[in-house]
Write a protein that binds this ligand. Sequence first.
Ligand code: FA5
Length: 348
Amino acid sequence: MDPEQARRTLETERERGLRAIAEAASLEELERARVAFLGRRSPWSEVQRSLGSLSPEARRELGRLANEVKAALDDALAARRAELEARAEDELLRSDRVDVTLPGRRPRPGSFHPLTIVQEEIVAIFTRMGYRVAEGPEIEDDWHNFEALNIPPDHPARTMKDSLYIDVPGLLLRTETSAVQIRTMEQQGPPVYVVAPGRVYRREAVDATHGSVFHQVEGLAVDEGISFSDLKGTLEAFARALFGPERRVRLNPDYFPFVEPGAQVAVSCFLCDGVGCRVCGNGWIELLGAGMVHPKVLENCGYDAERYTGFAFGMGVERVAMVRYGVNDLRLFYDGDVRFLERFEGAA
Ligand code: FA5
C-alpha cells in the first residue's frame, strides 16, 4: 500500500466510522461498527499492518494519523455507548414504572348458586318451625328407595325405564329424597320433624320443567295426633313465607305408594298467574307431592302405627326456584352462564 493511498484510507475510515457510530441505534449495532472499523479485518488494521514496509518518515506520519483516527473512533464509541446505555436504562425504568395512582382491580366476589340459595331458604323456613335437617346417601339400596316406602317389586318406578341403576345389584341412584324418611325413622323413634335436602336422579326426558338430575327437599313429621290439616297448614305457611301472599296454592288428590291419602301441591304460575302459558301449561306449577305417611311405612320402620300418624312431602328445588325468581326454564340453572348467574348475586 503506498503512503498516499494509506492516508486516504485512514481519512475515509475516520469519516465513515464516525458516521456509523453516531448512527448506531443499539449497543449491538455499535459493537458491529467497532468491529468493522477497528477490528482485525478492518481497513484501519490493514494500514497498521502495512506500516512496516514504509519509509521511516511515512511510517511516522501515517502512524500518528492512524493513532489519531483510532483515538477519535474510540472516543466516539465510548460516548455513543454511554448514550445508548443511558437510553436503555431509561426505557427499562419507563417500562417498569408502577402507577401507584391507578385504581386496583377488585377481585369479583363469588356468590352462591341460585339453587343453593333457594334450598337454604326452604330449609330455613322449616328449621324455624322446629324441624331438624337429615341427610341420606345418593346411592341407595332397594329397601330404602322402594321396599320400605311401600313400592312393590312390580311397581313401574322400579323399571330400567324410570330409575338409574348402577353396576352393583340392588343399588341405584336415589329417585326421590323419600328414602331419607326411612333412614331417619330407622335411626330414631317418634316424634320426628325433619327436612332432608338432596340430589335425586331419574331417567327422564329433559325439558323446561324436567331435569334428569334435580334437587328435592323432603319433609317428614310423625307424632301423636298429626292430621291432614296439619299438613295443609304447614304447606300453606311455607308457601306464604317463600312466595308472598299473592301466589295461590292448590292441593289435588294424587297417588304415592308411601302415603294415604296423597296430594299434589301446585302454586299459581308466576308468568301467567293461573291462566296457562308455555312454562306451566295449565296455569299451575307443580311444586311437591305430599300426604299422610302410610301405616305400612311406619310399621316398616318399627313405629306403632296405631299410636302415631304423620305427614310427608317432597318438593322440587328447581321448580321452587323457577317460581321464586321467575325463571322459565330450569336448564338455565345448569348452563353455567355467568350472565344468568350474576342476577342472583347476593339474593336471599
Ligand atoms: C316424589 O318424588 C315424592 N317422593 C314426593 C312425596 C314425598 C310425595 C312425600 C308424598 C310424600 P314427584 O315425583 O311428584 O314425587 O316429585 C316431587 C317434586 O319434585 C315434583 O312436584 C316436582 O316439583 C319435582 N320434580 C319431579 N320430577 C322432576 C324433574 N324431572 N325435574 C325437576 N323437578 C322434578
